[in-house]
Design a protein around this ligand. Structure first.
Ligand code: PLP
Length: 450
């Protein structure tokens, strides 16, 4: 197949795998004896592992998954004319809106696929750890679609701060447990130690891994795996075709960066087409100044989790011990970056910028008033990036077509907007010393190739 296929309704029928068009292989993961044990215990279905290693350009989407996608795909690509007016720009701005599904973010694109493959591998119950709650919500919704039971370990401090996330997950039939909990050995130990009662993502994940070892169960890793980026390619495939229908062409694609799945999802199909001789374009990653892994981190082998149980991946990282300051775009508070996005950044296929949160919220407010959608604080980073790119293009007298990935809505993040309005929001600085000291704790290279 030389190009992507779509159903008559515009829903993609295959995922795009950029590894087919790269002239290099991704660095292998390394494993410690601990992480080999973990990998064996995780029971990731072979189907997902095969996708991760595949060199095929197009991977057919199972019919059952396409059927679920049809509930909310294709998602709208809209010209942001009111925003263009508000910014007084001559650039053409578009946004691809991924917040219109029941989970409120792009994460459902991979959650549905993962639930399907776990189910087909014979699992009856999935366990996950969630921080702010977006991944837990997406998995809970996906489990409901495929008749799987679901238990979500949610960091206790956000369980208390964001009660409506819990309501949503329970609505989909998931059981939501504040972590640390009494239901796992890891949780009980953590409770007994008396420290850390507000919990952390590391503890929630460890509890979910332990609980995932129960019969017919599996721990469902997360949204930043290479196969998750593959599933997210539906975003960019649709955008590419929608722009063609509008007889326009992207000069710049902008996305926020947490692990890299929404940026990869929208950008990699465009990048692939340019690698195959199509038009060149700029891909811009926008991360928070409080968690600046591409702009200030190091390209090195590191754990993907704070508890040092995962295999090591080569990625841009601030160190797995890095504790990002508290800020409102909780979905971007991850110390590392997907290895695929990292490898592309190392080879200059993409650009990266970082901005403080108050400036980001200012752009979010302009967007909300102009376009009538309250963006997720994560997505607001992409909006702010696009605003500055447009301003620079205007100054150069060279108006561009800029596409924003609007990865989710912010209707469950109104507390953050309150903090912005009341003036309580502050910008949090990360010092060079803090980054240096967490990078000093990177694992030494004494691990085996997997
Ligand atoms: C989780 C999340 C992100 C960041 O994760 P990526 O894997 O980098 O996409 C961005 N936007 C929203 C709305 C999210 O929920």
């Amino acid at each position: 197949m030389s190009s992507s296929e779509f159903g008559t309704d515009g829903v993609p029928l295959s995922w795009y795998n950029i590894c087919a068009d790269l002239g290099f292989a991704l660095p292998s993961d390394l494993s410690s004896s601990q992480s080999t044990k973990t990998a064996d215990r995780l029971r990731i279905p072979m189907s997902l592992l095969r996708q991760e290693r595949s060199r095929a350009r197009w991977i057919p989407i199972p019919e059952d998954v396409v059927d679920k996608y049809r509930q909310w795909r294709p998602t709208p690509l809209r010209r942001a004319r009111a925003l263009e007016d508000a910014l007084e720009t001559s650039c053409r701005l578009y946004y691809k809106y991924e917040g219109g599904n029941v989970s409120g973010s792009h994460k459902l694109n991979t959650a549905v696929a993962q639930a399907y493959f776990y189910r087909r591998a014979g699992r009856r119950r999935l366990t996950v750890g969630t921080g702010a709650g977006q991944w837990g919500t997406a998995i809970a919704a996906a489990c409901a679609m495929f008749g799987l039971d679901c238990r979500v370990f949610m960091v206790r401090s956000s369980y208390e701060a964001k009660p409506h996330r819990k309501t949503m997950m329970e609505l989909f039939g998931a059981e939501v447990v504040p972590s640390p909990s009494g239901s796992t050995e890891y949780g009980r130990r953590s409770l007994a130690s008396g420290s850390d009662t507000g919990g952390s993502l590391g503890v929630a994940l460890a509890e979910a891994v332990e609980d995932g070892m129960a019969p017919h169960s599996a721990f469902c890793a997360g949204s930043g795996e290479t196969y998750a980026l593959l599933h997210q390619s539906v975003i960019g495939l649709e955008t590419h075709m929608q722009l063609e229908e509008l007889e326009d062409r992207a000069d710049v694609v902008v996305g926020s960066l947490g692990a890299g799945s929404n940026l990869g999802g929208i950008a990699l199909p465009f990048l692939g087409s340019s690698l195959r001789g199509g038009p060149k374009l700029r891909v811009v990653s926008v991360e928070p100044a409080a968690c600046p892994k591409l702009t200030r981190g190091r390209y090195a082998y590191d754990y993907t989790d704070a508890s040092e149980t995962s295999p090591l991946q080569k990625m841009y990282t601030l160190g797995h011990a890095f504790a990002p300051p508290t800020m409102h775009a909780a979905g971007l508070r991850y110390h590392g970056t997907s290895k695929l996005i990292s490898a592309l950044y190392a080879r200059n296929y993409l650009e990266a910028v970082a901005y403080p949160q108050k400036a980001v919220f200012e752009s979010a407010e302009i967007f909300a008033r102009a376009e009538g959608i309250i963006p997720a604080p994560e997505s607001a980073h992409a909006i702010h990036g696009a605003r500055l790119i447009a301003a620079a293009a205007d100054r150069n007298g060279d108006p561009r077509t800029i596409v924003i990935c609007l990865s989710g809505h912010g209707l469950l993040d109104l507390g953050a907007y309150d903090a912005f309005h009341s003036g309580e929001m502050t910008d949090v600085d990360v010092s060079d010393e803090q980054i240096e000291s967490s990078l000093a704790a990177l694992p030494a290279r004494r691990f085996r190739e997997r």
